[in-house]
Design a protein around this ligand. Sequence first.
Ligand code: NDP
Ligand code: GDR
Length: 373
Amino acid sequence: MTKRALITGITGQDGSYLAEFLLAKGYEVHGIKRRASSFNTQRIDAIYQDPHEPNPQMMLHYGDLTDTSNLTRILRAVEPDEVYNLGAQSHVAVSFEAPEYTADVDAIGTLRMLEAIRFLGLETKTRFYQASTSELYGKVAETPQRETTPFHPRSPYAVAKLYAYWITVNYREAYGLYACNGILFNHESPRRGETFVTRKITRGLANIAQGLEQCLYMGNIDALRDWGHAKDYVRMQWMMLQQDEPEDFVIATGKQYSVREFIRWSAEDLGLTVEFSGEGVEEIATVTAVEGDRAPSVKPGDVIMRIDPKYFRPAEVETLLGDPSRAKAKLGWEPEITAREMCAEMVAEDLATARRHAFLKANGYDLPVSLEN
Ligand code: NDP
Ligand code: GDR
């Protein structure tokens, strides 16, 4: 029997990798996409299947996590074996700007999904995965963070995700639903949203290398994160739903680096050596050497990074480091791609895009590059 999966957030970074992963496993994949005024399916365009073709294996439904009747109708029509609840307002800084919306989507949206499963009598059929987050640990109580580490969320996003975490546990305990939380630490890829720190750096520096931007403006570059690759992490999301009993797992690499280090790596992958100087909001990164042909627009002495306090957060999560040993012991999961390898992959893709833009510009076909960050 073909298994059927429903993914909320299929148009996002994780949703796109997970859809590919499940299709390769022979699943029929359904996804919820939001109505937007422009196309928002770029990440899944490569696997899109024309519904007019016979026997499509991937189908998209318009929907929104704020709309109970819509979610209930989709769940009734699909009757999925597995639900992956990845949809969210997922940007921590934006959650300070839009706290109520973030709570509605990330917290109550999760409740809406769980309640719809129960309302439709699907609780013995449908397994539920909740995209929980290392942001739950916030102001960390112990290092490294594991499944038993107490939570102390530090943003409206993290507080909303705390509700989602506990309502998932509650539906498991109260109604016997196969529901579990993956407590995932930061994971990135070339498909990462452009305003998250890693992608902002790889894309920004690639644009600078090709003369499309002048300088990268950053917030707290002392922040420490445990960065993995999204491809490794979606594999684990599926594994968690294949166990006999539902359980919650920390998914991380167990290694930690600073944002500053990630800037240094990205510059290195563009042939640039940088030196950091100055303190606090005065800190800058200056190019001291240029090697190869990847950054023709940059010369030694150029300042390619400055601090802009507008990127500081009202409450910051300074450090996160996960302990994935339970996932390894119980599920045999281990990350295969290191943060350094992932950075190189991201830079290579962003450089290729920046080169295309620079080529068009040089030949009179200027395509505007979005500088929103
Ligand atoms: P993205 O921001 O890339 O994707 C979020 C997805 O949610 C998009 O498809 C987006 O649609 C959709 N979405 C946003 N708002 C709504 C809404 N109101 N109704 C329905 N769908 C909505 O996130 P990631 O792929 O990186 O992350 C996936 C999940 O994992 C998120 O829940 C995130 O909070 C969580 N998480 C992520 C981590 C990471 O490091 N990446 C770590 C831990 C947890 P659209 O494309 O239209 O914007
Ligand atoms: P995070 O990711 O908040 O950890 O949430 P993000 O990449 O946005 O920030 C990581 C760290 O970098 C610092 N930082 C900056 N961040 C951004 N976005 N832009 C900047 O200019 C900048 N300068 C420094 C931040 O302050 C922070 O400390 C991500 C999201 O994917 C969540 O959905 C997910 O739950 C967590 O990871 C785990």
